[in-house]
Ligand binder design. Structure first.
Ligand SMILES: NC(=O)c1ccc[n+]([C@@H]2O[C@H](COP(=O)([O-])OP(=O)(O)OC[C@H]3O[C@@H](n4cnc5c(N)ncnc54)[C@H](OP(=O)(O)O)[C@@H]3O)[C@@H](O)[C@H]2O)c1
Length: 170
């Protein structure tokens, strides 16, 4: 199954200056627990943005998408299109494929109907940024809440995670 996971601000912003904007450890924990043991597919810019001490993301198969034939890194597998990466890993029945961004990769995956299910963290705050998550078409996707977290001393903003499933199966 191809899943997507993202955290977005109330104005759909997801990043700025090739970095995350907010620090929400509770949401990061949800991301880690949800993706552990699976395959994470990301754009080359997202890969570059992950601090070296966390890269590759542990206990996951890290897959990087780039148009650059010269790109190699011992920490990841490299593909030159998302479709190729999905076709390669779809034969693995034991793991899900998670599209983990950033903006270009999310937009391509949704526009080309590559995704079966999404976990979207809605942060109750708008931010300035330079990268956005595409609008979610609610005639296509049905959402249900998975968990909510209040603002607290470690998490500066409250948020709710929603699971989106396709209304009509592919
Ligand atoms: N809030 C969240 O949940 C979340 C999650 C992930 C990332 N982010 C944020 O998103 C931002 C990064 O997103 P971004 O849109 O700038 O970059 P991105 O999607 O991470 O990566 C873009 C790169 O991927 C490659 N690429 C894109 N489309 C391709 C295609 N169709 N075929 C082959 N390769 C392709 C290209 O690499 P080459 O240039 O090497 O060819 C392109 O430069 C950062 O601010 C990051 O912090 C936020």
């Amino acid at each position: 199954m191809v899943k997507l996971i993202v955290a977005k601000a109330s104005n759909d912003v997801i990043g700025k200056d090739n970095d995350l904007i907010w620090h929400l450890p509770a949401d990061m924990r949800f991301f880690t627990q949800t993706t552990k043991g699976h395959i994470v597919v990301m754009g080359r810019r997202n890969w570059d943005s992950i601090p070296l001490k966390y890269r590759p993301l542990s206990d996951r198969i890290n897959v990087v998408i780039t148009r650059n034939d010269a790109f190699h890194d011992p920490g990841c597998s490299v593909f030159h299109s998302i479709e190729e990466a999905i076709a390669f890993y779809k034969t693995d029945d034991t793991r899900d494929i998670f599209i983990i961004g950033g903006g270009q990769i999310y937009t391509h995956a949704i526009k080309h109907n590559l995704v079966d299910e999404m976990f979207v963290t809605h942060i109750d705050q708008a931010f300035e940024g330079d990268t956005w998550f595409p609008a979610i078409d609610e005639t296509v996707w049905q959402k249900e809440p998975v968990m909510s977290h209040p603002k607290d001393e470690k998490n500066a903003y409250s948020f709710t995670v929603f699971k989106y499933a396709l209304k009509t199966k592919k």
